[in-house]
Design a protein around this ligand. Structure first.
Ligand SMILES: C[S@@+](CC[C@H](N)C(=O)[O-])C[C@H]1O[C@@H](n2cnc3c(N)ncnc32)[C@H](O)[C@@H]1O
Length: 353
């Protein structure tokens, strides 16, 4: 990005925004949770509401509300007119009502906020030093099924927000090839396996995941009536010599490889290549930082990388498409299709060279 001109006074203002960023963030979370944003928005038609009206309606002290709203006004989240009536700005509206922003905010607050305090330590040690705030596991993935319910809810909402929407589109590409057996690597809660079985009545799905997740995935798929067509195997890709068998028509890795370092991805690819024949398709779905149309999407992905650093595993990130292509080629794969899906995602179809 080329260097942008900015006046010193504006730069100083921007620097303060960063210096106090957690204050603005926590102010926003508090106003949202206290119902202030909703109440202000519900009164937009009558030209906004005063501090006193909000205090009375929501039983918040005048002191408490005043400190929050003063910060929010300076941060352009609410505006106040000359009669002291508050309205949401466009930013405030998005903070409270835009689904992507809601998912990102809950993820930041519930999953990441405390752990991020240990970011520097994570970089120095090459370990997710913030994970101890959530539990005692080597990576977050061992602990996913044991997270506290509200933390787990925000983790899954974030994960699913960035994959659910594209599964339907992806199914058409997956089933061009009429796979009879699909390996879902990192099958998580079984959501994709369920959609595959609902989409095609002949396909069998084999999920590979860590023990805790696999148990959840197999329960969910059985509950949906697909117990006879969805099987699973425990695997830890960080163990000495992880293996998957031959026999799949399609190997599916959706938002899975970003959980690993480049060296680990190379090992996963090589393992997959050993389990493929000339017809097997390896389908990879990721959100790549160099494939985003909008700056805010790239920004979200870069923040997500820091979640991997401080909380998830200490060594993975959201990659550039060019990086994954290089690794795939180094492992003996050839990129056959490169398809953009939805707003953020890219689907690669690879075959064995
Ligand atoms: C971000 S989730 C992706 C889930 C799903 N495929 C999707 O598209 O929403 C990553 C998945 O990889 C699994 N995973 C992470 N590390 C793993 C490891 N070391 N061995 C096996 N599975 C792992 C996690 O348990 C989780 O189910």
């Amino acid at each position: 990005m080329p260097k942008k001109y900015i006046k010193a006074i504006d730069a100083l203002q921007e620097a303060q925004k960063i210096a106090f960023a957690p204050f603005v963030f926590q102010t926003t979370v508090s106003l949202k949770n206290l119902g202030v944003f909703d109440f202000i928005f519900q009164n937009v038609a009558k030209g906004g509401v005063t501090l006193t009206e909000i205090c009375e309606e929501l039983s918040i002290s005048e002191y408490g509300l005043s400190v929050l709203l003063e910060m929010a006004e300076s941060a352009n989240i609410v505006s106040m007119d000359e009669r002291g009536r508050y309205e949401l700005t466009k930013i405030g509206y998005f903070l409270n009502y835009n689904p992507m922003t809601q998912v990102n905010m809950n993820f930041t607050q519930d999953v990441c906020y405390q752990g991020l305090f240990h970011l520097e330590e994570s970089i120095r040690e090459g370990k997710p030093a913030g994970l101890k705030e959530l539990g005692n596991w080597p990576t977050i993935y061992e602990g996913l099924s044991q997270l506290k319910p509200e933390i787990q809810k925000s983790w899954f909402a974030f994960d699913h927000f960035y994959s659910d929407g594209i599964f339907e589109e992806a199914l058409k590409i997956v089933f061009r090839h009429q796979p009879k057996l699909l390996f879902d690597i990192g099958g998580n809660t079984g959501k994709f396996a369920i959609q595959c079985c609902a989409y095609n009545e002949e396909v069998n799905v084999h999920i590979f995941d860590l023990p805790g997740q696999l148990k959840v995935a197999l329960k969910n798929t059985a509950d949906q009536g697909f117990g006879d067509r969805v099987q699973g195997s425990e695997i830890d890709w960080l163990s000495e010599n992880p293996q998957i068998p031959m026999g799949a028509d399609t190997i599916w890795m959706s938002q899975f490889l970003d959980c690993f370092s480049k060296e680990e991805i190379l090992k996963i690819f090589k393992t997959a290549v050993n389990a493929m024949d000339s017809q097997t398709e390896l389908i990879i779905i990721e959100t790549y930082t160099d494939r985003q149309k909008f700056d805010n999407a790239k920004f979200t992905l870069e923040a997500t990388s820091l979640y991997f650093t401080a909380l998830a595993n200490g060594n993975s990130k959201m990659y550039k498409a060019t990086e994954l292509i290089e690794l795939a080629e180094a492992a003996g794969l050839e990129l056959k299709d490169d398809i953009s899906l939805g707003e953020f995602h890219t689907l690669f179809v690879c075959k064995k060279k």
